[in-house]
Every structure is written in structure tokens, then in C-alpha cells.
Design a protein around this ligand. Structure first.
Ligand SMILES: [Ca+2]
Ligand SMILES: [Ca+2]
Length: 227
């Protein structure tokens, strides 16, 4: 009888441990906003999960204390009243993105950069890393949209998009995406890829070179403007 009671107690304690969300486990990365391709991703709608999981910030506080004051990411407001993330080189933000329809997507970045150029990278699922050079906008309160020259090939399903502040003094307001028309798959001796047929004679070809693994863990991207 005693052993039965003890067994019941242990089972009860075990059930308690199981039912406590997140007990003694690493922070889980979860979406904050309903981000999707195509669509607009507000910079401040980065994922939940905190430092090192959903973002990297150089200190532990949101110095401006806007919108999500409990996070370390620095969210401020300039100009028209829309919030922006104020980045420093090395900091990054991740966004869980749902993609109902796969395809090739153009990504545009709305940002401000007072003077000189800024650098950023856009990553997808820890693999793709597109370097981006952002022209100056003339002031932190002057925001512009810049279309990333290389499109992203995105499969249907859930992905994680990473924006990294790589250089400059960027205030990031949003990322927007639009699906490109006229795409077609091709196979060649050098690999499989996607042909963008929407730009006529100067059609660009995107070669995807996978580096092993199933599914591939990393990919490098190269473009040429001739067949
Ligand atoms: Ca910061
Ligand atoms: Ca901070």
C-alpha cells in the first residue's frame, strides 16, 4: 500500500514537472508577430526567446523603452511615429516567417542611415547570407526603402529570417517581401537552380550549391547575367 502511495506521489511530482512550461530548459524561439512572405515585417516584431535566441543586442536593456521594454533590443520612434529598431554593428534580429506559397521573393528594407553607407546581411534558416549595402538617407529621421538586388528563393512552410546589422548606424523600420513572377526551375551539370525570366535579355540565373547534408545545412549563392 505504501509503495502504491509513493508511486502515486512520484507520478504526481513527475506530472507537475512536465506541466511547468519551460522549466529548466533553454529559452524557446517563438513568433511574436504573424510574419509572412509576402508581406511586411515590422522590425520590432522580432521573435520571442531573448538574447542569443531571438536576437543579439550589445547590452541587456531597451534603452529607449518603447514598445517592448522588457527586451534588450533598442526600440525607438522617429519621424512619423512608427517604431524602429536602432541597431549597432554585430547585432541581429530573427523573425519566424510563414510562407504559404514558395517562390522567389524580392526583399526591401526600410531604414535610415545618416551618412555614408551601411552594411547588413539577410539570412534564411541559418544558411543563406545575403550581404547588403545601404546608401545614406541623410538623417536618422529620414527613412527610405531599399530593394535587395538578389532575391531570396523560399520554399513553402515556416522559416527563420535573420537581419544582421553589419556596419553603419542603421535604424530599421521594416522588411517587406513580394513574390517575383516568371520563375522557372532548371537543372544543369553545375546543379539545380531557379531562372528568373522576368527581366528579358539580362535574365539572371541563380545557382544553388549545396554543401552536403540532408536537408542541406548551408548554401552559397552566385549569380550570372548570361546563359
Ligand atoms: Ca542595441
Ligand atoms: Ca539594448
Amino acid at each position: 500500500m505504501l509503495s502504491q502511495q509513493r508511486g502515486g506521489y512520484e507520478a504526481f511530482v513527475l506530472a507537475l514537472c512536465i506541466s511547468v512550461p519551460g522549466a529548466a530548459s533553454a529559452a524557446e524561439q517563438l513568433p511574436y508577430g504573424a510574419n509572412a512572405f509576402p508581406g511586411i515585417i515590422k522590425a520590432y516584431d522580432f521573435d520571442q526567446g531573448g538574447e542569443g535566441v531571438a536576437y543579439h543586442d550589445s547590452d541587456a536593456v531597451n534603452t529607449s523603452q518603447y514598445y517592448r521594454p522588457g527586451e534588450a533590443v533598442d526600440i525607438g520612434v522617429r519621424g512619423s511615429g512608427s517604431y524602429e529598431v536602432r541597431g549597432q554593428p554585430g547585432e541581429w534580429l530573427e523573425y519566424t516567417v510563414d510562407v504559404p506559397t514558395g517562390g522567389r521573393y524580392e526583399v526591401s528594407i526600410t531604414y535610415s542611415q545618416p551618412s555614408g553607407t551601411a552594411q547588413a546581411t539577410i539570412g534564411l534558416d541559418g544558411a543563406t547570407s545575403l550581404p547588403v549595402t545601404l546608401p545614406a538617407t541623410g538623417g536618422h529621421g529620414t527613412f527610405q526603402s531599399y530593394k535587395v538586388p538578389t532575391s531570396l528563393e523560399v520554399t513553402p512552410g515556416r522559416h527563420v529570417l535573420r537581419f544582421t546589422f553589419a556596419g553603419g548606424d542603421v535604424y530599421l523600420r521594416q522588411l517587406s517581401s513580394a513574390r517575383r513572377p516568371g520563375r522557372a526551375f532548371y537543372l544543369s551539370r553545375t546543379g539545380a537552380g531557379v531562372k528568373d525570366g522576368s527581366s528579358g535579355v539580362s535574365a539572371k540565373f541563380l545557382d544553388i550549391v549545396t554543401r552536403g547534408g540532408d536537408p542541406p545545412t548551408r548554401a552559397s549563392w552566385s549569380e550570372s547575367t548570361t546563359r
